[in-house]
Every structure is written in structure tokens, then in C-alpha cells.
Design a binder for this molecule. Sequence first.
Ligand SMILES: Nc1nc2c(c(=O)[nH]1)N[C@H]1C(S)=C(S)[C@@H](COP(=O)(O)OP(=O)(O)OC[C@H]3O[C@@H](n4cnc5c(=O)[nH]c(N)nc54)[C@H](O)[C@@H]3O)O[C@H]1N2
Ligand SMILES: Nc1nc2c(c(=O)[nH]1)N[C@H]1C(S)=C(S)[C@@H](COP(=O)(O)OP(=O)(O)OC[C@H]3O[C@@H](n4cnc5c(=O)[nH]c(N)nc54)[C@H](O)[C@@H]3O)O[C@H]1N2
Ligand code: SF4
Ligand SMILES: [Mo]
Length: 715
Amino acid sequence: MNAPIEFARAVCPHDCPDTCAMRVTIDNGRAIKVVGDPEHAPTQGVLCTKVSRYAERVYHPNRLTTPMKRVGRKGEGRFEPISWDAALEFAAARLSEIARRAPEAILPYSYAGTMGLVQGDSIAQRFFHKLGASQLDRTICAAAGAAGMKYTYGTGVGMHTEFFAESEVILIWGANPIASNLHFWTRAQEAKRRGAQLIAIDPYRSLTAEKCHQHIAPKPGTDGALALGMMNVLITEDLLDHAYIEAHTLGFAELKERALNYPLSRASEICGIEGQVIADLARLYGGTKKAAIRLNYGLQRVRGGGNAVRAIACLPSLTGAWRERAGGALLSSGGWAPVDSHALQRPDLMPGWPARPSRVVNMNAIGDALLHPGEAAFGPKIEAIVVYNSNPVAVAPDSERVAAGFAREDLFTIVLEHFQTDTADYADLLLPATTQLEHLDVHKSYGHTHVMVNLPAIAPIGDARPNTEIFRGLARHMGLDEPALFESDEAIAQAAFRWQDKTLEGMDWPTLKQAGWAKLNLPDAPFADGGFRTPSGKCEFYSERLAQQGLDPLPDYLPPYESADGSPELAARYPLAMISPPARNFLNSTFVNIESLRATEGEPHLDIHPVDAHARNIADGDQVRIFNDRGSMQARARVTDRAREGLVVGLSIWWKKLAPDGRNANQLTSQALTDLGGSATFYDCLVEVERARNGSETRLDIPSAHVPREFEADV
Ligand SMILES: Nc1nc2c(c(=O)[nH]1)N[C@H]1C(S)=C(S)[C@@H](COP(=O)(O)OP(=O)(O)OC[C@H]3O[C@@H](n4cnc5c(=O)[nH]c(N)nc54)[C@H](O)[C@@H]3O)O[C@H]1N2
Ligand SMILES: Nc1nc2c(c(=O)[nH]1)N[C@H]1C(S)=C(S)[C@@H](COP(=O)(O)OP(=O)(O)OC[C@H]3O[C@@H](n4cnc5c(=O)[nH]c(N)nc54)[C@H](O)[C@@H]3O)O[C@H]1N2
Ligand code: SF4
Ligand SMILES: [Mo]
């Protein structure tokens, strides 16, 4: 009695700009194949390697299939199964008790495990708002760049990815699209075939940088100075579009004065690249209006990240590149979609709304927050944390402190997850969540301009439930009667977009649900005639809003906190800058537990320049210890000039418990925040490296309770 083979439409839920459309083949209720939808223009029928393996993840034998309650010590990762009713009752009792006394002692912690608007921040946010819980400032990734764009253009939007195919010059700046934005890379390749020049700006010779015509490798965290040095050349050599500047920008005279402070000699000194290289780059860039910048998140994870994005973002307004659809810049297209976040998240449910909204905790300082004794400026001590769509014990900076916080015996921790991650090990209550094939969702994208619908393709695995359903259950067990907490997923999906917005003209929920996606109505060259979303309507080289906050109204270069310029004493002890950008086969810490993908990455590596390796008596293949005042980790050295001298690179984000020493790069990173936006500074991190004392043979030192069965078998 075989059911026929069916096909379902889905959307890749991962934190990736591409937001691919997936076609799922279903045989007898089981998803047997997931491919890219050939009918979806941005996807072009292609998924990345990771997500082509999506079924392997969905049906993985280690999927959590039932609620579980802690039986061992905190962090030990030992649990026993319990029923949903018992789990929800247990959670409701603890949360109700805390909420009666000190609602802000409850903290939600979530990020972008799924980018879905329904399973992301809808019922969950409404639930925490209703309780009066602390709010989480979700700034771990993109906030510095978003702020840089906001103060310059009023919004994060920019060029359309598809028109990069027509560009003549493409600067791939702080981005590694072969790993992190594949469908952009396809467009860049198209442009290359038509004769475009591709230039990567990255301190590391990434997979992308090695395939560009030119790779410029500045010291990490110096992009602001590079952009100001380019401006200096554009101005002194008059490669400017005076008409565009006159009509559509504010503060050119002030910006000019600032840029004149960055003659080539100075920019060259700061960035560690030759002045001639900067001059040539500026001339190439200023020589055509079809000059496009894919500026990305890699360059904003340092102290001056917001200013760097602001400085780079000014370039297309100086040269008038916005006049062409193949010119301009793109950081994120996420701002185009008319998402109704008020309807989704209902901040008005907060008891103090709008005059006294609940306390806000920056997620990048979660270690300090969990260890804070409470009161004074901080407010109540955190007594309960509810984690969903995130794996903070692996991904948050200064991990020793994060893990110490989660290890508090008096902290009540609920984790909603697919797998027993590093964070899940610390749960008091571990709740099984559905994957994208098992639930409904809607999406916008930060790399293209479609809105999309994901319909459930298969039944939930085991007793897994969608995040929304779990929060509805918690609300019910807590006796909350707010109707917004009980809306169905479909009702939420429908409320997610402002249908009357002109970008969605002619579209409604039934049509979108049927079609699977809709392209927003947008002009090809959105800023050809200015029309920015700033208070002045212009590109604000000079920002009055920044001035009013007592901040520098003009973009500038700020040396990294941890650098010879920013902290000479620290740099003397820890002379190497470490960055830990994404590994191609992982998505943040997602997929690290998928054997085939982990096998491709092998083990944690540290790329180190031959000069730096030689000075430390480190040979290729040695186990090395990387350390600073915050912690240490071990990795296998790859001696290579991919990393510029003075830089070491540890591709990430490993699950700690699947790394030989049970640690990862965030042992080394700091909780310091960026200049604008309060973002994390993962790539602003000084370290020293030495050969591991136990030589190159070190293998596992992992408490066995943490190790999934199949991994034990490997070693
Ligand atoms: N395969 C894969 N894809 C991903 C992810 C993943 O983990 N794996 N993560 C997703 C997420 S959440 C995000 S935010 C994006 C991130 O993707 P991107 O925006 O591309 O950012 P990163 O990968 O962090 O860094 C990109 C490049 O910037 C370089 N870089 C580091 N510091 C500097 C600097 O100071 N200046 C300059 N110019 N370059 C620097 C790094 O060496 C790296 O090669 O990718 C998404 N896509
Ligand atoms: N050292 C270093 N650290 C970094 C970075 C770096 O480059 N270097 N990058 C930073 C960046 S850019 C980001 S965005 C963050 C990312 O940090 P996170 O957003 O925490 O990303 P992931 O590590 O992928 O963890 C997401 C988790 O959500 C779970 N999940 C997925 N879908 C669902 C669902 O529907 N329901 C529930 N309950 N769970 C779900 C997944 O199983 C996964 O364990 O990491 C940051 N940390
Ligand atoms: S991770 Fe990115 S490239 Fe891969 S399938 Fe998802 S959206 Fe597409
Ligand atoms: Mo991110």
C-alpha cells in the first residue's frame, strides 16, 4: 500500500542571505530528497552542500524526539524522558513563580537557528512580553553594520544581487561568498565572464579571495582607514560625481576634510598594505559607475565595525555609482520586505509599554549577564533563561564565562532544540523542536527580495513540536489567557506582512501560500535619484543623529580594541590577531554534528603564516595551543600564507564537545561591543600560539557523557 511520491515546497531556514527555495521529494510520508527549486530565480535550482544534506539532519538518529528533564549535574548532559504535560507543568510552575516576584529575572535567548518569522520571533516574543520578562538585544551578528547603514542611508537595503552580474568592478569586502553567500558568487562569476574585475578585501586568502583577480589583505579591523584612504584618492583626483553629491548627499565638505586626514601614507601604515595598492583600487573603483560593493559582515566584527561600514557605504554616493543598477553596494536586502514586526511580536503586551519597556540584555554579554549578582544598574539577577534557535555555549563570545553562567545550579534553563548541543547539555528541561520540513513558516531574505512560504512536508519526528506550539503550551499551563498567545501558525504567517504595502501590490496570503514566493515590487536602481530613508532624505555623510548622541557625526577609523594601535601593552603579550570566520560546511554551529559534513572539515585547524609559525617552532600538522587572558583552545596548525603575517585563522564554529579538547574559538573572543549597534567583536581578538605540550598526538579529552555514540566509534 505505497502512497505515491509527492513533492513539497520548502524554504531553507538557515541564517544565510540566499534563502533558497527547496523542493522536497516525499515517499510514503518520508522526505527522501531535498533539492534547490529550479523555478525560483534566486535559487536557480542549486542548494549548498550542507543543505542538500538536509534530510540527513532531519532524520539524524540523535534528533531529540521527546521532552527530557535533567538528572545529572548542571552541564553534564544527562537527562530522562518525560511527557509533554509533565514538562510543561514543570516549566510553568518555575516560570510562574519567578514571574510573580521578578519578571525581568526571566530572559529569553534566541537567534537565527531558523530565520522563519513564525518559528523565530512570534509567539515566543509575545509570551515573554506578556510575562514582562527581560528583552534580549539580538545583536550577535549584524547590528554594527545595520547601524552604519542606518545612519548613512536610513536603512540597510541596497543593490539587488542579480545586477551584480552586470557590474564592471566588484569589491567583495569582508565577505566569503563561496562559503556564505553562494548565489551571490554565481552572479559575480557571471560578471567575471563578461569581463568584470573581482577584488577581494580580506586579511585571509579565503576560498573566495583566491578566485578573484586581486586579493587585498589589510590588517583585520582596518577597513575604515582603507575606505577613507580610497576617498582621499577619489577626492584629490576628482573621481567624483559632483551632481550626485550636490543633489543627494549631506555633509560633503565635512567628509572631505575627514578624508584629507587619511593620505595614502597614513592609510597604508594603518592597513598594512602599500599606498599604491590603495590608489589603484580607488582609481579602478572610481573609473566606472558600474562599480559594486558586496560589503559584508566579516569586516564589522571589530570595535570600529559600524564606522567601517559607514565609511565604505559612502563610496557609491561619492562616485554616483547608485545611478546604475549594476552599481552601488549591498550589505543586506532584509529591510525591503514589509514585515509587520509589531503584529508578530506584540511589544504592546509588555506591562510597561510604551513608557517603561522591560529591561534589555545585550546577548553578546550573556556571560557577564548570567554571572551578575543582580540589582543596581543591572536590575534583578537572571534566574531563568529560555533558549531557542541558538546555541550560545558554542557561539557566544568569552565562552568560559558563558559556560560558567550556564553552569549555575540556581539558574533554571529551558532549551528548545533539534539536537543535544553544547547549550542543551546545561538544560534543566530540554524540549524537542521540529525542523523546517515539519512546520509552517514564512520568510524574507537578506540576500534577495522575495517573500516566501514554507509548508510542512512531513509529520513531526517523534514528539517534536514547533517552537510556537511549545510556547502556546507554556502559556496554557501558566494560565495566561491573552488571545495573541494562542494564534495559529497560519494566522501568524498571514499577519507577518503588511499586504497593503506597495512592494506587495496584488498579493495576498492565499495567493502567496499557493505560489510559494513573491518578488517584491522594487525599482532596479533604488537610489538612482537619491530618495534615501534618512531624516534628510539624503545620504548623510554627516549625521546629525550621531552628533546628537555625542558621537562622531562623520565616519572614521577606530583601531581595534586589541591591536598594536589600540592596546600596545596587550599586543606585546599577545601579538597575533585571531579571526574565526565560518567554515564552509558548517552554518554557525549548525551541521557540526552531521558526520558527513564534519568529516569534510576534518578537525579544528589554525591557519598560521610561515613567518609566525617559524618564530614559534611550529610545523605544519602540529597541535598548537592558542591562548589569551580569557582562555585557550587547541587546534592542528596549517602553516600557510593564506593568513597574512600577524594573523591566525580558525574556521568555526565547532561544537565544543566534538572538538578534541572540548573547546572552541569562543574561548578566546571577548564580550566587548562595537562602536555602533552594540554588536559582537569576534574578530577583535589578540592571542599567542605555542606548540601543544602534549605534542601532535593529542586526541580526545571529552567527558564521555557529552559524546554522541557514533563519535565515540570514530576515535
Ligand atoms: N557556510 C556558511 N555560510 C554562512 C554561515 C556559516 O557559518 N557557514 N554563517 C551565516 C551568517 S550567520 C553570517 S553572519 C554570514 C557571514 O558571512 P560573511 O558576511 O561573508 O562574513 P564572515 O564569513 O564572518 O567573514 C567573511 C570574510 O571576512 C574576513 N574578515 C575577517 N575580518 C575582517 C576584517 O577586519 N576586514 C575584512 N575586510 N575582512 C575580514 C574573513 O576572513 C572572511 O573570509 O554567513 C552566513 N552564511
Ligand atoms: N567565533 C565566532 N563566533 C561566532 C561567529 C563567528 O564568526 N566566529 N559568528 C556569529 C554569528 S554571525 C552568528 S549569526 C551567531 C549564530 O549563532 P546561533 O544563531 O546560535 O546559530 P547556530 O550555532 O547555528 O545555532 C542555532 C541553533 O538553533 C537550532 N534550531 C534551528 N531551527 C530551530 C527551530 O525551529 N527551533 C528550535 N528550537 N531550534 C532550532 C539549531 O539546531 C542550532 O543548534 O554566532 C556568532 N558566533
Ligand atoms: S544555507 Fe544558504 S545557500 Fe545553503 S541552501 Fe540555505 S539559503 Fe541556500
Ligand atoms: Mo550571522
